[in-house]
Design a protein. Structure first.
Length: 164
């Protein structure tokens, strides 16, 4: 099936027992369950631990990462990385482009400017069918992919010397 390759050899695991924050947008509830199932399964398999916070829509995800980063400087919980989960399905208006482009742009800005490990598991699809194919753990498992991507970025940060 097109678009669901897992690129398994690209994934590496951190040496440390990583603790991550999963931020899930539940705008599409059942799809959110499927993405979370994939992400938590991948982190469990890797021996990582995680907290989960829920937001209404994908546009809220990047700010939660900023809240967590601010909290880490103020005695809050430490996170080694972040997993963003959500589904954006095209509707009739330009809103799709706003939500899809701005959520990804903000995640990219955060990852580069703050040097943090983020796995982007926000689906942007034309319809429900495309979303389900990608969200299900038994099919595209994009939640699992995003979690493994976050772990890989944590490992690369370890290897390249930037300490969190
Ligand atoms: N249409 C979708 C949204 N829209 C909601 C926004 O993300 C946001 O919650 C709202 O504008 C309030 O700030 N979110 C998704 O995750 N998926 C969609 O398809
Ligand atoms: C993200 C979307 O496009 C969406 O859910 C909004 O739908 P619409 O553009 O029909 O208002």
């Amino acid at each position: 099936m097109a678009g669901t390759s897992q690129h398994g050899k690209a994934f590496i695991r951190p040496k440390k027992k990583a603790h991550l924050l999963i931020i899930e947008a539940r705008f599409h509830d059942d799809l959110a369950d499927a993405l979370l199932d994939g992400a938590t399964n991948a982190l469990d398999e890797a021996g990582a631990t995680y907290d989960v916070v829920t937001v209404p829509g994908s546009l809220e995800i990047p700010a939660v990462i900023t809240f967590a980063l601010d909290g880490m400087g103020e005695g809050g919980k430490d996170y080694d990385g972040f997993v963003a989960l959500g589904t954006i399905i095209r509707g009739d208006t330009y809103h799709f482009d706003i939500v899809a482009n701005e959520s990804s742009r903000a995640l990219m800005d955060l990852s580069v400017q703050e040097a943090i490990a983020i796995g982007n598991g926000i689906l942007t699809t034309e319809n429900d069918a495309q979303a389900w194919t990608r969200a299900k753990r038994s099919e595209g498992d994009k939640g699992g992919f995003a979690a493994r991507a976050a772990l890989t970025m944590i490992a690369l940060k370890e290897q390249l010397g930037a300490q969190s």
